[in-house]
Design a protein around this ligand. Structure first.
Ligand code: CA
Length: 668
């Protein structure tokens, strides 16, 4: 494929996707209220529906290699070609594949030792490495035959998953490989998987206290040309090509099929050694395009949904949407996540546009992963970027999350209740000191469950508590999409100065990190990150996206607050009860003025050492007072500083909280 064309196209689709995704962020919450107007696609192609094909497309033995491919029996002249390199040159061999006894499964056996060779399939739609290549050459054009055992780093067999008892114990840090390391002067491998093995990176994450890293798409994607890595290129990577192979642009040598695999494992190993879980961003909901996709080139139209009129449905906003409800697409997704767990030992999955997938598939994934390890964490975006060709009641939308136990969704209620709506960067909300967002915050604080003191009629976007358990809600104020927190505060609060900016930044993250949901932060927020006002930086240069490491020294109070805040959460189980009944039992909101949210975690919640904890979030520019049960309190968070060992005490029935800050104290 013409790589320039591919890149341009990708930029366009991703831009469109994000614009539409924002638009449907709210609509997705309302969708289940509406009857579906789109008929579910009925399939004429029933690919291997009765078969047991599990996407093992290549089995290499010393004497011979067997290839198997899912493709229509009606296809003509299905071939496999063997090459000596990952790109260019003529095929060493072209072998016709034959129909097997299993419907729609084709096979061929090639004699001789093919280790180190490359291959493609051809069903007449253009060459493809297949849908389940496990190793590829440069730019993922040809599958590679490698011995996976040789890709294991030293001591890989000793690798252990971090122990995560409950998702509520996680603090998730979302990063893009290039953002994180490209601006760090001592990085030996800037922008690569290996950067996350380097001491400065590990030390930073440990210092901050996060225990899970969510890496933006790290499978092989199309929008960075791996043959031109000497030139600056940037993309988030939401344009999947090979789902089951790490991205070559993040390896030290994209021409060596084993390098990306080994280095990905080294990254997992280094993070695991530091007690940090690795969560993979998986984008099964769409492919880069239809015609060139491995799905389409092997089994045309099987993997995609169509509208009743025969056009391709576009629930992803990228021109297509995959059909998770179909047997082999469903099985593909299940096999793919199991493979990433088994081969790469990742600890969790973040599903892009989970609202495009059907509930049954998401639940099957949960069940299958439970068999491997029940603590594998699954969450996703509970919305789509357009209308899907499947009834909304069948989709993995936020509003349907109670039907998906063990799966979490992002809360746009808390996010937008704090920073303002997704469709208008200039509009603020709670952080801007505007009244009317208190109930949305409360909804986020309890973890999107029903709570007798949360008035759902006053919550933004959703009028019904959607989570059955608080661990089904991702608590956040910013992620890679939209403006980062600093930029959003600057855009929505005219004339904001640096001091006010910092106060509000810390206040926002206090709401996130003390929420009963699963806390999540965008990397660099701890360094007061700015993307210079760029709303959608999916292909912006390094100058926009890179973390500004100098800020760690420039704003030490910000970094310290983030560290202390995360530490506070991790030391105190009251903030992460992980159970809806316990939250309703122990979390009690207190009456508070407009622009202030106050609550109490009472009676040694979660067996906390602290009997009663009071949290007050004041977004106004004035000092505020909140009535509290009369007692002696130890103040541990005040005015942008946290100290769990504090000796500072107050006595009385009234708490005074300074402007634009959080007050946290416990009853002695
Ligand atoms: Ca790639």
């Amino acid at each position: 494929m013409n790589d320039d064309k591919r890149k341009m196209h990708s930029g366009k689709v991703v831009k469109r996707m994000l614009r539409d995704k924002a638009r449907f962020g709210v609509l997705a919450g309302l969708m289940t209220l509406l009857p579906s107007t789109v008929a579910a696609q009925t399939s004429e192609n029933q690919a291997g529906e009765g078969g047991s094909f599990r996407f093992t497309e290549m089995d290499c033995q010393p004497e011979q290699t067997t290839f198997r491919l899912l493709a229509p029996w009606t296809a003509k002249g299905v071939k496999v070609r063997i090459y000596s390199s990952g790109q260019g040159g003529k095929a060493l061999k072209t072998v016709n594949m034959k129909r097997t006894e299993e419907k729609d499964v084709w096979a061929a056996t090639v004699k001789g030792n093919l280790m180190g060779r490359y291959y493609t399939f051809d069903t007449g739609k253009g060459e493809t490495p297949g849908v389940f290549a496990k190793a590829v050459g440069v730019n993922g054009q040809r599958a590679a035959i490698v011995n996976m055992v040789n890709t294991d780093p030293d001591d890989w067999c000793c690798d252990r998953h971090p122990v995560i008892k409950s998702p509520a114990d996680l603090v998730v840090y979302e990063l893009h490989h290039r953002d994180f390391s490209v601006g760090r002067s001592e990085a030996k491998h800037p922008g690569k998987f290996l950067a996350l093995t380097e001491p400065w990176a590990i030390d930073h994450l440990k210092q901050l206290g996060v225990n899970a890293v969510h890496i933006l798409p790290s499978y092989d994607y199309g929008s960075v040309d791996e043959t031109r890595l000497d030139q600056p290129q940037y993309n988030w990577g939401y344009d999947p090509v090979n789902y089951n192979v790490p991205e070559g642009g993040y390896s030290t040598d994209p021409y060596d099929p084993t390098a990306r695999i080994r280095e990905f494992k080294q990254m997992v190993q280094a993070l695991h050694n530091a007690g940090i879980a690795v969560i993979l961003d998986v984008v099964y909901n769409h492919t880069y395009d239809i015609d060139h996709s491995n799905f389409q080139r092997t089994y045309p139209d099987y993997y995609y949904r169509k509208n009743a009129d025969g056009t391709y449905s576009n629930g992803s906003g990228c021109g297509n949407e995959t059909a998770s409800e179909r047997k082999m697409m469903r099985r593909f997704m299940v096999e793919s996540v199991k493979y990433w767990y088994n081969e790469y030992r990742v600890d969790g999955f973040r599903f892009d546009l989970m609202g495009c997938h059907d509930i049954e598939t998401m639940n099957l994934i949960r069940q299958e992963l439970n068999k491997l390890n029940p603590s594998i964490f699954i969450y996703g975006e509970g919305w789509s970027a357009g209308q899907c060709a499947l009834p909304t009641e069948q989709l993995g939308l936020k509003a349907n999350i109670s039907q998906m136990p063990g799966i979490a969704a992002f809360s746009d209620e808390l996010r937008d209740g704090l920073r303002g709506p997704f469709d208008n960067d200039a509009q603020g909300a709670f952080l801007a000191g505007l009244p009317g967002y208190e109930e949305s915050l409360k909804f986020g604080i309890v973890g999107a469950i029903s709570h007798p003191q949360v008035d759902m009629t006053k919550v933004n976007y959703t009028k019904k508590a959607w989570a059955a358990e608080p661990t089904q809600m991702m608590s956040y104020v910013s992620c890679h999409d939209d403006m980062c927190l600093v930029d959003r505060l600057q855009a929505s609060i005219p004339g904001i100065g640096e001091e006010e900016l910092i106060r509000l930044d810390l206040l926002a993250q206090t709401a996130v990190m003390t929420s009963q949901g699963v806390p999540f932060m965008l990397s660099g927020e701890e360094l007061l990150r700015s993307k210079q006002g760029v709303h959608n930086s999916f292909e912006s240069p390094d100058s926009i996206n890179r973390l500004c490491w100098e800020n760690k020294e420039r704003y030490p109070q910000v970094f310290k607050y983030y560290c202390d805040l995360i530490s506070l959460r991790r030391h105190h189980p009251a903030f992460r009860l992980g159970d809806a009944h316990l939250v309703r039992k122990h979390l009690e909101f207190l009456d508070a003025p407009k622009g202030v949210v106050a609550y109490r975690l009472k009676d040694y919640a979660g067996r906390d050492d602290w009997r009663n904890i009071i949290v007050i979030l004041n977004s106004t520019r004035e000092q505020q007072q909140v009535n509290i049960p009369k007692a002696m309190y130890v103040v541990v968070c005040q005015d942008g500083e946290i100290n769990e060992q504090s000796k500072s005490k107050i006595f009385g029935r009234r708490a005074v909280v300074n402007p634009q800050s959080a007050l946290i104290m416990y009853e002695e």
